[in-house]
Design a protein around this ligand. Structure first.
Ligand SMILES: Cc1cc2nc3c(=O)[nH]c(=O)nc-3n(C[C@H](O)[C@H](O)[C@H](O)COP(=O)(O)OP(=O)(O)OC[C@H]3O[C@@H](n4cnc5c(N)ncnc54)[C@H](O)[C@@H]3O)c2cc1C
Length: 295
């Protein structure tokens, strides 16, 4: 047993859904020296035959368990800077992407990341899943990331070619948690976007999206013409409840938790939506949010 692992920790608050959960082992990464302990944790997990999970802001994961035998690794690496001459942004992975985007505008008159104002979660979590909104994706101004390889115990520098970005996907996401994102670098000298949108993102987030216990859009959009929210609405599940879980009346693809239910309610509702959409449209809805099932 590693002396720095905490035992039996309540981690309910670490996922934005706040379904009740505890972790057998828990570790916080508060500094760069803490990062080097992750390879020991990796070896410990292999010896014990238990998995581990990195959590940053928890705005994109559903804990689908109550007592978790895993090691939960909580990221707390903070600090960022912006160079007004080179227009290079450098940040540790736990910084809020929303706060960075807001401060770039307010303090540096840099509005290239305006679309990220209102996007919850960390900059590292955004990189992991190639987060994006209103035409702008994290990949667009990305230069490099320093990742810690838990297997080799070495830091690696990844550039765009290494990342293999696609829609809400990256190579990091397909690496079985082998890499911990330490820091990131972006070049904000040129505006790049996937498509142009005239939507006012701040108004949209404030008025068209529900607040409280959600992780944003639960399912990926099968296509631009068939967004998941529309399909859920068409099978009459907008506003539908199972126990403490429901699809929001404001936005049908927002799976919500009322804070009183359990992960079982959430899974039942997710499966119901997948079955009904499959039966009616022949489309398999895939989650954008990661469901963490107990081993
Ligand atoms: C109200 C709301 C609206 C949203 N709108 C959008 C939207 O418009 N577009 C969009 O793309 N997303 C959206 N999301 C989802 C969310 O904002 C993003 O996915 C966010 O980038 C996730 O960051 P996080 O820190 O919460 O990651 P977490 O949920 O903590 O983790 C997500 C995944 O990344 C991994 N991970 C996190 N940090 C690290 C790290 N340092 N090293 C290695 N792996 C790591 C985790 O293991 C996990 O698999 C929304 C969420 C909410 C709640």
């Amino acid at each position: 047993m590693l002396p720095y692992l905490q035992i039996n920790t309540d981690i309910t608050h670490l996922s934005n859904y706040k379904t009740p959960a505890t972790a057998r082992y828990y570790f916080e990464v508060n500094s760069e020296p803490d990062v080097t302990k992750l390879s020991e944790i990796y070896s410990f997990c292999r010896q014990q035959d238990i998995p581990y999970l990195v959590v940053s802001w928890g705005t994109n994961m559903l804990f689908a368990f109550e007592e978790y035998r895993w090691v939960i690794i909580k990221n707390n690496l903070l600090g960022w800077s912006y160079d007004t001459q080179t227009k290079v942004l450098k940040s540790y992975s736990q910084e809020s992407i929303w706060d960075i985007a807001q401060e770039l505008e307010d303090d540096y008159r840099q509005d290239l990341w305006h679309r990220f104002i209102g996007l919850p979660g960390s900059i590292g979590g955004a990189l992991f899943g190639n987060a994006g909104c209103f035409g702008l994706e994290i990949q667009h101004n990305f230069v490099a990331t320093q990742v810690y390889n838990l297997e080799s115990g070495k830091i690696e520098a990844w550039t765009t070619d290494d990342m293999a970005f696609s829609y809400r996907n990256t190579k990091l996401k397909n690496s079985n948690g082998k890499y911990f994102i330490v820091s990131l670098e972006f070049d904000l000298s040129e505006k790049k976007e996937k498509y142009h949108s005239d939507i006012d993102n701040i108004y949209f987030r404030e008025h068209k999206q529900p607040k409280w216990n959600s992780c944003g859009s639960f399912f990926k959009n099968p296509s631009k013409d068939q967004p998941a929210g529309m399909l859920i609405e068409e099978v009459w599940l907008k506003g539908y409840w199972v126990g403490g879980a429901y699809f929001s009346e404001k936005h049908a693809n927002f799976l919500m938790h009322d804070g009183q239910g359990t992960y079982r309610d959430m899974l039942e509702l997710i499966e119901l939506a997948q079955t009904k959409v499959q039966e009616r449209f022949g489309i398999r809805l895939e989650n954008e949010v990661r469901i963490i099932k107990a081993k």
